[in-house]
Write a protein that binds this ligand. Structure first.
Ligand code: AMP
Length: 216
């Protein structure tokens, strides 16, 4: 089963994506995680992506299409995959459609997480993430150790540079200008687009999402 998660930054795609992937028994790919790991490791990909990411701008399509192709060709994805934040522009949606056509695999569902902008800004400005495993938290301070982190050495909670107010505002503008049209593109191409109300307790939102992927 191939599931594409769409929605503005802070809508909970990452957290819910983990839960959906676990329920379906398939991996999750998040281009944001791939890029952050590359930045941390100082690879050429990371060096290219860092400036865009820190400002809250999108990394060029050609870079994302490369990551997408490589990830989808991996054998672990044979049973399906949850794609979190992987499709953010119309050219990326077209690129994914071409890769899936080549692999003779259908896109089963597009989950669109919807939520009001003031709720997003509040969520992102109170968020810290583990720099090891990327788990997000609200109400936990930067520089705390993440004792539950599965990585070694244990992660430390940090505030993402792109969760600073200026970058958050830019990410919202980028979403409206470049990613919102992707929803219309999928609808125009006959995809199964399911809107999920992303406001609510984690388990409540999860139940809505699982219902939409036929696991509820
Ligand atoms: P995320 O963790 O999904 O919020 O992504 C963090 C940042 O990584 C974004 O603000 C972009 O700079 C970059 N990024 C992640 N996925 C993509 C994508 N599909 N297209 C372009 N840039 C991306």
């Amino acid at each position: 089963m191939i599931v594409v998660l769409l929605g503005p930054p802070g809508a909970g795609k990452g957290t819910q994506g983990e839960r959906i992937a676990a329920a379906l028994g398939v991996p999750k790919i998040a281009t944001g995680d791939v890029l952050r790991a590359a930045v941390k490791a100082g690879t050429p990909l990371g060096l290219e992506a860092k400036g865009y990411m820190d400002r809250g701008d999108l990394v060029p399509d050609v870079v994302i299409l490369g990551i997408m192709k490589q990830a989808l060709a991996a054998p672990e994805q044979a049973r399906g995959v949850v794609l979190d934040g992987v499709v953010r522009t119309v050219p990326q949606a077209e690129g994914l459609a071409a890769v899936l056509a080549e692999l003779h695999r259908p896109l089963d569902v597009v989950l669109l997480f919807t939520i009001a902008e003031d709720a997003l800004v509040a969520r992102l400005s109170g968020r810290t993430v583990c720099d090891g495993c990327q788990t997000p938290f609200t109400g936990r301070a930067p520089s705390e150790t993440h004792a539950e982190c599965a990585q070694s050495p244990k992660g430390t909670l940090v505030r993402r540079k792109d969760d600073e107010p200026d970058a958050v505002r830019n990410r919202m503008r980028v979403y409206e200008a470049q990613t919102a049209p992707v929803v219309a593109w999928y609808r125009a191409h006959g995809a199964n687009v399911a809107a999920i109300d992303a406001l609510g307790a984690l388990d409540v939102v999860q139940a809505r999402a699982l219902k939409a992927v036929g696991k509820g």
